[in-house]
Ligand binder design. Structure first.
Ligand code: COA
Ligand code: ZN
Length: 313
């Protein structure tokens, strides 16, 4: 039997949050409904941050209220603080995705507080809501910080442990600005799997330096079976200098399909949605397979000289 690799789609959250032009709420809802039919394990719908910080996602309540929820798909939302948790809870998500950074400087830039303050605030969220909703924590900048440089693995493990001790369901280890390389990824994944065998572990890569899919491969080979991806490769953190797109969902799924893994995602259907993305955001997107077609999409051979002669005769 093929090995299953789960995919979480983050385009309408991580993908859209840095886009300069507001994407109409109707389009966000229609896109999420279409993505729901593709076979994803999870969809990160939106985030309950301040509208001043992330204006693109100011319609979080409305989007959550209007999407059609498909059985089998989990609808998760990003929650930065207690205020966000209160707002998010009212929209009945299947999961809270809390966020903080393992780098002090990145945490200050993104969440405007030291890591200890973020942790205290998030601990309160976990303690207040863990009986009502499963909680995942996304740890940013786990493979390096664009302002501080190296983030020691011990630092990542320490924050992971503190959240594990609070009883969260899962951890997402984020390479927020695409600084990870495959050897480092394999080592991190081995340590995490050994240390947290009961947690749902997700890897979240960005393709900032072209290493996104090699990092997916390194993580898969180290036994990780859950990834975040963004349609078209859109995305990036507005508070991380040089940030660019997430790994492209359809490219990653295409690669894993070709290698014989089962992602559960209907790639053909997904590519039709990906094809609409440039019109949604008003510019080209980095994804490759939506432009080139799948390796199984064969093209007719050019006609021979004899055939051309015949056609003209
Ligand atoms: N939802 C809505 N509004 C919120 C909010 C939330 N979750 N948290 C804070 N606010 C509002 C406050 O009410 C306040 O509004 P006002 O200026 O009208 O009074 C304003 O935001 C500032 O509040 P404050 O408590 O001082 O927060 P802050 O300025 O320290 O910002 C965050 C904290 C986390 C809300 C903000 O930094 C943020 O949203 N950052 C973006 C994080 C993000 O999503 N990054 C990308 C994903 S990795
Ligand atoms: Zn990201």
């Amino acid at each position: 039997m093929k090995q299953r690799i789960q995919f979480n789609e983050v385009v309408t959250r991580d993908g859209f949050q840095m886009e300069p032009e507001f994407v109409h709420t109707d389009i966000k809802v229609a896109m999420i409904n279409a993505l729901s039919g593709c076979g994803y394990a999870k969809i990160e719908v939106t985030s309950f941050t301040s509208a001043k910080a992330i204006p693109m996602l100011r319609d979080a309540e409305e989007v959550m209220g209007r999407i059609e929820r498909m059985p089998g798909v989990e609808y998760t939302v990003l929650v930065p603080n207690l205020r966000g948790a209160e707002r998010a809870m009212a929209s009945r998500p299947d999961e809270f995705n809390l966020v903080m950074s393992t780098s002090e400087t990145h945490n200050l830039a993104n969440l405007r507080m030291p890591r200890e303050s973020s942790f205290s605030a998030l601990r309160e969220v976990v303690q207040r809501y863990r009986e009502q909703v499963p909680i995942n924590v996304s740890l940013s900048a786990c493979f390096g910080c664009p302002m501080e440089g190296d983030v020691p693995q011990q630092e990542v493990l320490q924050w992971a442990q503190r959240f594990a001790d609070l009883g969260v369901r899962g951890l997402t280890i984020c390479d927020t600005t695409g600084m990870a390389q495959p050897v480092q990824v394999a080592q991190m994944c081995d340590v995490l799997r050994t240390r947290f065998p009961d947690l749902q572990l997700t890897l979240h890569f960005h393709n900032t330096r072209g290493m996104g899919l090699t990092n997916v491969l390194a993580a898969v080979q180290s036994g990780i079976d859950r990834f975040d991806g963004s349609l078209g490769g859109l995305g990036g953190c507005p508070y991380a200098p040089g940030a660019s797109g997430n790994i492209c969902s359809e490219d990653a799924i295409h690669m894993l399909d070709a290698m014989g893994y089962d992602t559960g995602v209907d790639l053909k259907r997904l590519l039709l949605i990906a094809g609409q993305l440039p019109s949604v955001v008003g510019h080209e997107v980095p994804g490759q397979v939506a432009k080139s077609g799948r390796i199984t999409d064969l093209h007719p051979a050019p006609p021979s000289v004899a055939e051309l002669k015949k056609a003209f005769s």
